[in-house]
Design a protein around this ligand. Structure first.
Ligand code: CP3
Length: 341
């Protein structure tokens, strides 16, 4: 199907010559060719213009030759489509001027027709598939319902998402109503993305680790699992829960094809919790890309040896940072391509 099928083969658990590699947030701020586009167009214009979104998606592939591309977009296009205002402020991040706090706020949130409201994403996927020319698969994504709720209620990024937690713990029925609306929208959205051409979908639960194991079940995993169940006949689903090592065992019993892990757990422990039937993805500390290229290669080789080359996708434990030197990112990718068992 693709000239390079390593990523899809690893998701199926097939034996591979070497594991595939890509980097979370690979289409972004550390690339000079990206910064050039950013100087001319604001964030959501880049997301909404298929020519720009597709160009940004393939930029890292052209430069480094990762084994998969991830569509340039954002998890916050979902709340936008649900009638919630979302801005992206330069050097600040997401800003939602009217955060969700009351019954009336939740009532005003709609489950939209994604084929209309998010058609620009589908057009971006089609444009990207053209540019990729069957070289590598394309990953689509969404935020987990809990992580989306975090932004909708907090109104901006946060170190602890205290207002989001307060909302869930003082008005749980309202929180579940909102989570279900986000889940229904996300399922419809991801199904459309698969129809438009993405080969797998990753659910980013960036703030799952903010919750206790018990609350994680109730406010996050329950909804990710609904998404996985709904998508299981459409495409492989990868669940990435940052800080969620405590849930790996439970997550591995679901219909996900792979689990993302961050750097707060070592590979052997992650394998022990998740079992050896499921594909794991991760987990180098993104700040480790500041080490020398020589050291990066050593760390990557050891990481592959510890996860095992099969049922494994090499990645960072979270998104690549803006201050990473270009040749260090290259060392990360090259180390995987040069890997010999
Ligand atoms: O992986 C990729 O390269 C694809 C593109 C992608 C973006 N956002 C582009 C982006 C993906 C997969 C995301 C997901 C996303 N967005 C997450 C989950 C992953 C994670 O990092 O935890 C979250 C929490 C968001 C919300 C978001 N978007 C924040 C907090 C910010 C500001 C901080 C930051 O990362 O710069 C954004 C903006 C954003 N999304 C940028 C990019 C390239 C940078 C702003 C810009 O380009 O103008």
């Amino acid at each position: 199907m693709y000239k390079n099928n390593l990523y899809l083969r690893a998701l199926k658990g097939e034996t591979v010559e070497r594991p595939p590699v890509w980097m979370m947030r690979q289409a972004g701020r550390y690339l000079p060719e990206f910064i050039k586009i950013r100087e001319k167009y604001d964030f959501f214009t880049r997301c909404r213009t298929p020519e720009l979104a597709s160009e940004i998606t393939v930029q890292p592939i052209r430069r480094y030759g990762m084994d998969a591309a991830i569509l340039f977009s954002d998890i916050l296009v979902i709340p936008q489509a649900m009638n919630i205002e979302v801005e992206m402020k330069p050097n600040f991040g997401p800003w939602l001027p009217n955060p969700i706090r009351t019954q009336k706020d939740v009532d005003n949130v709609i489950v939209p027709d994604v084929t209309v409201e998010l058609d620009y994403v589908m057009q971006a996927i089609k444009a990207t598939k053209e540019l990729l020319n069957n070289e590598v698969p394309l990953i689509g994504f969404a935020g987990s319902p809990w992580t989306i709720l975090c932004y909708c209620v907090q109104g901006q990024g946060s170190k602890n998402f205290d207002k989001a937690k307060e909302f869930c713990f003082t008005q749980p029925l309202l929180a579940h109503t909102l989570l279900q609306k986000i889940t229904d929208t996300t399922i419809a959205y991801l199904k459309e993305k698969v129809k438009a051409g993405v080969d797998a979908v990753q659910v980013f639960d960036s703030w799952g680790g903010m919750l206790s194991p018990l609350d994680y079940q109730e406010f996050s995993w329950k909804y990710i699992n609904q998404i996985t169940e709904a998508l299981k006949d459409d495409a492989p689903v990868i669940a990435f829960g940052k800080g969620c090592w405590f849930a790996l065992e439970e997550m591995s019993k679901s219909n996900v094809s792979a689990l993302g892990v961050d750097w707060t757990i070592n590979p052997k422990m992650a394998r022990k919790f998740a079992g050896d039937k499921i594909t794991l993805q991760g987990n180098m500390d993104p700040s480790r890309l500041l080490s020398s290229p020589f050291e990066i290669k050593k760390i990557v080789t050891e990481m592959i040896n510890n996860f095992g080359k099969d049922k494994y996708i090499v990645n960072l434990g979270h998104g690549i940072l803006p201050n990473i030197p270009l040749d260090h990112a290259k060392a990360f990718i090259d180390a995987v391509k040069e890997y010999k068992a």
